[in-house]
Write a protein that binds this ligand. Sequence first.
Ligand code: ZN
Length: 333
Amino acid sequence: MNRSLLLSLSLLLTVGSIACSKKPASGQQTAETKSPKKEALGNFNADSAFSYIERQLEFGPRVPGSAGHRACAAWLEDKLRQSNPDTVIVQRGEVRAYTGAKLPIVNLMASYNRGNPNRLLLVAHWDTRPWADSDPDPANHNKALPGANDGGSGVGVLLETARNLAAKKPEFGVDILLVDAEDYGRSGGFNDDGDSWCLGTQYFLDHLPYREGILPRYAIVLDMVGGRDAHFAKEYISHTNAREYTDRIWKEAAALGMSERFPDRVTAGIVDDHMFLNEAGIPAVDIVECDNSHTSSFPPYWHTMQDDITNIDRHTLGDVGNLILTLVYSPKL
Ligand SMILES: [Zn+2]
């Protein structure tokens, strides 16, 4: 699907920019399976994922160009190298924010089974938003937020995934990609400024580090995957553009006994890294908390100064991590 079609579809079918709003459920219901719960593959340690989030928070906000950003990039590179991949690719570039600012960005990718053309791409953004512009206190709107869930959580789960991969390789190729400058976009309506988000992923797609003709079969994006009582419904763009994979992931979640955490219904479409991957021809599924059962939106502390460690729950991290490792260690991609 080309960009303009996707964007016009998005314009038609989503409401609110990255503000997520509820869409009617798709009407598909699957019968509750009573078959015995499947054991998760791998050895996902939620305490370890949690500690990786705490460590990121110690750097302070990870806003491109800041000291915390530089220090965290170095730490992330170290962590990936310690995870015994075939290679770590570090993309350093400069992108232009919608504000006009030039941002120094760093994308980091650890590749496992680098020569295998059948590849799964796992993505999380590691930067944090420079402005807590949804904070109830306007005095905080120009302050950088901590980014425990929005930034920290996806990275925490993927670093713990990498720690597993260090010990045991998958049957196919796996790339763990930590992208920069996801969250520097313009708030407001879902309009042409959708492109002001996900600058690191856009840079990655312009500088794809794959041999010619080889693209990952599909991608999974993790964003805000550590919130207390989080639910992950099927995000609309994922469901539309990467339906086969979306359905498969949610079926796997149900088999693992997580049908409550991963309800089988379709929710709003949002601008996130997966949108750009899908536009570039890599089917991409976003696992993101954007359908809070109480508010039908992102969690209430989203883009506020309260996006801190107190809102992170190991149970949520554990469920998401067990699902990801089960997919990573499946016999087939
Ligand atoms: Zn954000």
